[in-house]
Structure formats: C-alpha cells, structure tokens
Design a protein around this ligand. Structure first.
Ligand SMILES: Cc1ncc(COP(=O)(O)O)c(C=O)c1O
Length: 432
C-alpha cells in the first residue's frame, strides 16, 4: 500500500468542491415568471428575458449588439453566415480546441484550415496564421482558451492586411477583456456558449455579439427561420432555421450575469494564490500571463505537466492520481480536432472538401501540429473553474495534492488503475 490514494493511501481531500451550475432564489423567480407568462419559447422573437439578458451581456463585452441563440456551436455558425461565408471558403481555426469550434465551419460547407497553437498560451499562434492564408481564406476564427486570449493585436493586423473577417470563439471567455475591449468585440463577431460547464449557463445556450448592425440583422434572421430581423434596416432575406433560445433558458442567465463579477473575483484571487503556491514546483509549468489581458475570464485553469521532470511518469498517471486525491481535473480535455474521434469527417458529407481537387482533402491525415499534440497528449492539465470558487484553504488542497503526487511519483511507475486507463482516452470515448 502506497501513500497516494490511487495506490491505496488516504485521499488528501474528502469533501467536494463547490458544485456547478449553481442557482439562487432569483433564478427560481425568473423561471416562475416565464411559467406564468405563457411565453415559453423564443416567440414572439426575441423573448423578454432573452432581450434583457442580451442588453447586459453586450454592455459587459463592450459591444452594441448581442443575440441569444440555442448553443455555442450555433453561435459560431450564425456568425459565419453573418460575414457572408460561402461554400468552399476557408476558415483558419486553431488545432487545439473543442470540436464545436470546427463543426460549424463544415456545416456551412466551408473548409477548416488547422493552425498550431502558441505553446505559451495554448491559443491560436498568430505568427503562423499568415502562412495558412490562401486566395480562398475568408475568416480567421481564434479561440480564447484556458484564461488566455489569442493575440488579437496580431490577428487583427493580419486580417486587415488580407481583407479577412474575424470571428472570435469566446466559449471560455465570459467577461474577459483584452486591452480594455470585451471578448468578442474586437473581431467582426464573437460567439459565446452557455453550455452547462460555462461561467454563465442555461444548460444549453449561446450568444452572438457584434458592433455591426448588418451582421446582427443577418444573425437574427438566420436563427429565426429567416424572418426579418428586429430592425430590418438592411432587408436581408435568407433561409434560416429555428435556433432560438427558449425563455426558460434565457431567464436563468440574467441572475448569473449579475453574479459573474463577484464569482470571477473569487476565482481569480484563488487562482493567483494557486500560482504562488506552485511557482518553482519541479514538473509543473504555468501558461504565460499577458498584460494585454485586462480582465480575466477564469474558466478552465490550465497548467503544464512535464513528465521529463517528473521521472518520466506519464500525464495520465499524474492526473488519475490527482483525481483519486479528490481533485477534479482532466488531461486529455481537448485533442487536436483533426485527430479526435468526434471528427469522423467524410468528404461525401462535405462537398467543398473535393471541389477543384483530384482527391478530396483528408483533414484527418494532412495535419501535424506539434504544439497542439504536445498540449493534448502530454502536457495540459485542466481544472474546472468551480474548484476555485471556494476558500483559499480549498485552493491549498489542490496545490497540496499536486505536491503530494509529485513527492510520491515513483509509486506510479508501472502502476495501472482504471482511472489511468480512462485518462488515456479522449472524453468522448471514456466510460462515464
Ligand atoms: C471552445 C469552444 N467552442 C465552442 C463550443 C460550443 O459550444 P456549445 O457546446 O454550446 O455548442 C464550446 C463548448 O462547449 C467550446 O468550449
């Protein structure tokens, strides 16, 4: 029997961290209001709760307009439609992200072009973007991942030089700011998710933000079965779909938005404490801070695990050991999308992959992004934001557990456990 919980010792932490999502009486009242109103859907468009929330959400992100939609994936799709994406256009995406960044590109019959991440931030490497541009490139789609921002200064410069549109995937960036500008406000549009793990959640949901009225009108038509937008100044008529957010979902977003600043402040304080605790710990590295991030969006906390400095014990064993110590965390949280089992892309379904080519593009085989692969398969360790919503003593237990596992890492050599096997699989392939 070892000292580590995974090898039979006592777990360092036995009580749970704060649970997520969390609600108060305010959400209950808002739901009651919808229930008795008889206006449950997103019709008449847009619903009362949805409009009230969107107005505040836009203010927080320094944009003129925000529109709720029913998922973050749809938010990206609607944003691409708003900038006039055409079948066969190319969209530059980071390789290391959730598959939902890339699916919408294929759904509009455009072609995703994967670019590697910056190892300092795990976000799209702006220095590599220009090399990936072709005459077909229409959009750059950076993702603000892991409490960092893609380098928006450089991305906007490249986009302006090549006359490209920019859609920001802000699924991790609620309330975040870059140089005083809100996430989603710097590109042509921003897309947010309110899926249940997010900093504000309606279970499922999303929002599109923009400063451009014409884009907002297109988004509104597209998600409302092609009907005229609220303002209809530009008279766009497009085939649309029902991607509206229901009012029950919109109702629970408002109170959470009000609580977000206070919750983010708690998370940020605890995360800073965590970093001070971990500074100089052999085997652990932190993502690089960027002074241009003027307001943090404390979603998933990501650190780097260096197995070469931890007696060559692989990340799967390290993460599984932490989990058994009572610390929720994950290693293979994201994969390079082109390698993911959730990306079984068949050219027969996406005709643009074949257009003008002798053989269709094989998106699963044509890329090798070393930094994304290192982050995905060796290095990244993700901690959910609710781990940092408690006291500084709660945060101490995360750092204590990391130190405990590192101090006893030899116990993991040659050791096997179901949790380790699970960590070798992508999230979609694990037993839950
Ligand atoms: C980076 C990223 N992009 C896009 C999405 C898609 O959002 P949704 O799950 O709401 O469709 C998510 C979230 O799940 C995400 O984390």
């Amino acid at each position: 029997m070892g000292k580590l919980a995974i090898t039979g010792g006592e777990a360092l932490r036995k009580s749970p961290f704060p649970s997520w999502p969390a609600s108060t009486e305010e959400e209950a009242q808002a739901l009651e209001d919808v229930l008795t109103s008889t206006k449950w859907g997103g019709q008449p468009f847009p619903g009362k709760h949805s409009v009230a929330f969107a107005k505040k959400f836009a203010e927080l992100h320094t944009v003129k307009y925000a529109q709720c939609v029913n998922t973050g994936t749809v938010a990206i799709q609607a944003a691409l439609k708003a900038v006039g994406i055409q079948p066969g256009d190319e969209v530059i995406v980071p390789a290391y992200t959730w598959e939902g960044t890339v699916g919408p590109v294929l759904l509009v019959n455009a072609v995703p072009v994967f670019v590697d991440i910056d190892p300092e931030t795990y976000c799209l490497d702006a220095k590599l973007v220009e090399k990936a541009i072709t005459p077909k490139t229409k959009v750059i789609l950076p993702v603000h991942l892991g409490m960092r921002f893609a380098d928006m200064d450089e991305i906007l410069r490249v986009a302006a030089r090549h006359n490209l549109k920019v859609v920001e995937d802000c699924a991790h960036a609620h309330g975040g700011m870059w140089m005083g500008k809100g996430a989603g406000s710097m590109g042509d549009l921003g897309a947010f998710s309110f899926q249940s793990s997010k900093l504000i959640t309606s279970g499922e949901g999303g929002a599109v933000v923009t400063n451009n009225l014409e884009y907002m009108e297109r988004v509104q038509s597209y998600i409302n079965a092609g009907r005229a937008s609220v303002t209809d100044k530009y008279h766009h008529r497009i085939i649309g779909f029902n991607y509206r957010l229901g009012e029950f979902q919109a109702a629970v977003l408002g109170p959470q938005l009000d609580r977000l600043p206070a919750q983010s402040a708690i998370r940020e304080k605890n995360m800073r404490h965590f970093e001070i605790r971990l500074q100089g710990t052999t085997g652990i590295g932190l993502l690089k801070p960027d002074p241009r991030i003027t307001r943090l969006a404390p979603y998933g906390y990501v650190l780097k695990y260096f197995s070469e400095k931890a007696k060559e014990i692989p990340r799967a064993s390290f993460v599984a050991a932490l989990q058994l110590e009572g610390i929720p965390c994950d290693g293979l949280f994201y994969e390079p999308v082109y390698k993911s089992s959730l990306f079984p892309v068949d050219p027969a379904d996406f005709p643009a992959l074949s257009w003008g080519r002798e053989k269709p593009l094989d998106l699963r085989k044509m890329y090798s992004c070393p930094e994304s692969e290192r982050a995905a398969y060796q290095e990244a360790v993700w901690f959910p934001h609710q781990n940092f919503l408690g006291s500084s003593e709660d945060t101490d237990t995360i750092a204590d557990a990391i130190e405990k596992v590192l101090a006893n890492i030899e116990e993991l050599r040659g050791f096997d456990h179901k949790a380790i096997q699970n960590q070798k699989l992508g999230r979609a392939d694990r037993e839950s």
